[in-house]
Design a binder for this molecule. Structure first.
Ligand code: HEM
Length: 218
């Protein structure tokens, strides 16, 4: 890991996040699908469920961490099982791109008492992203509530995103769980392919500057 000696001096940021998202540009927008498949741990064994999903990925203003400069998307995903009205899975977080180092990070927060930061590297024009997080890693780790640590310990997380030629994108999420009382690790796998239903809304600063420019013009 190479970080600069000067940890305070910030870089100038471009106000237009959508123009600086590198490989994350193709994730920006609102997406839906009815073709998801989930395999989750139940008392009787693995349960396979079909699900529908809506995910909103909206650009945020550029973020500086001292010399690091990130362009990113804030996301919210809501998943419904095909045969139930109540939310099956809910998740929020950010996807972040650091152009200077080709670093991609995903933060995730799940309302069962769980957060994680996954990371990987990708070219700006990549067709595939792979990000991982591991329990115990203080940088790119997984933090779970006391009950989850006791009963359903999450040891690792991996997401693979593939951008398809028709503009859709697919993901495979692999979460390795250690379920209390079971010897073998459980692969909790989710997959889906998402289709765009709406374009993203530009980030707040880009919108403000456009509005100001329009007012000036008259
Ligand atoms: C599309 C994404 C996902 C869906 C649809 C989903 C769905 C589910 C479902 C239906 C269960 C069983 C719940 C129950 O029996 O009460 C479950 C369990 C679990 N999931 Fe996920 N999950 C997803 C992603 C994740 C991710 C990314 C993580 C962690 C990084 C995670 C961690 C867990 C854990 C720890 C459990 C066991 C807790 C329990 O069964 O009460 N899941 N998931």
């Amino acid at each position: 890991m190479k970080f600069p000696k000067d940890i305070f001096t910030e870089q100038d940021a471009d106000p237009d996040t959508l123009a600086n998202l590198g490989p994350l540009r193709r994730l920006a927008g609102i997406w839906e699908s009815r073709k998801g498949v989930d395999i989750n741990p139940k008392a009787k064994g693995p349960e396979r469920r079909r699900f529908s999903e809506r995910i909103e990925l909206q650009p945020i203003d550029a973020q500086s961490n001292g010399p690091q400069l990130f362009y990113g998307l804030r996301y919210h995903t809501r998943i419904l099982a095909s045969d139930e009205d109540a939310t099956f899975h809910d998740q929020t977080g950010y996807w972040l791109w650091e152009p200077a180092t080709a670093l991609v990070q995903q933060t995730l927060s799940i309302p069962r008492g769980q957060v994680a930061i996954a990371a990987g590297h990708a070219r700006a024009n990549a067709n595939r992203l792979v990000l991982t997080a591991r329990r115990g890693d203080t940088g790119y780790g997984i933090c779970s509530s006391a009950f989850l640590e006791y009963a359903f310990r999450t040891d690792s997380y991996r997401i693979e995103v593939v951008f398809n030629r028709n503009g859709s994108w697919s993901y495979v999420l692999d979460t390795m769980l250690k379920v209390r009382g079971r010897a073998a690790a459980f692969l909790h796998r989710d997959r889906n392919t998402l289709v765009k239903v709406a374009e993203p809304t530009p980030n707040p600063l880009a919108l403000l500057l456009r509005k100001r420019a329009a007012t000036k013009r008259g």
